[in-house]
Design a protein around this ligand. Sequence first.
Ligand SMILES: [Zn+2]
Length: 146
Amino acid sequence: MTDDRRKEKVLHTRIPAALELQVKRLAEGLRVPVSNLVRNMIEDAITVATRMRDSVGQPSTTARRAAADHAELAAVYGWQPLTLNTTAPCARCGRSMVPGDDALLGLTDRPQAERLFLCLDCRPTPSPRRAPARKSSPRNPFAKEK
Ligand SMILES: [Zn+2]
């Protein structure tokens, strides 16, 4: 008997009859023991919950990880505005963004590049020297002639 096997515990829990039926049918369909299916489902649920907590609840860790890679940011040739349907950290400030937030998606030529998002506060602004220098007021083409 392995060390891990000896440390295993039995966990009893009450579940609705309908849920028991669903679990048994699913296990049957997958041809795995009910206990293995339930154990795998619990492990998957914990993995997902942990990832969600890391991306939403602990922005400092995410912030450091997200803001660290300037090379990734330098590879972005454009920022596409979009509405998020996922949680994601801002690649500049690390702020956690949630589904429904307006954000900018970084476009790169690297097919394997990790997706980068910016929050709107970190949206790049045009450099001042690129602003049009007008000496006289421009003629408004939509103004009515008098
Ligand atoms: Zn930001």
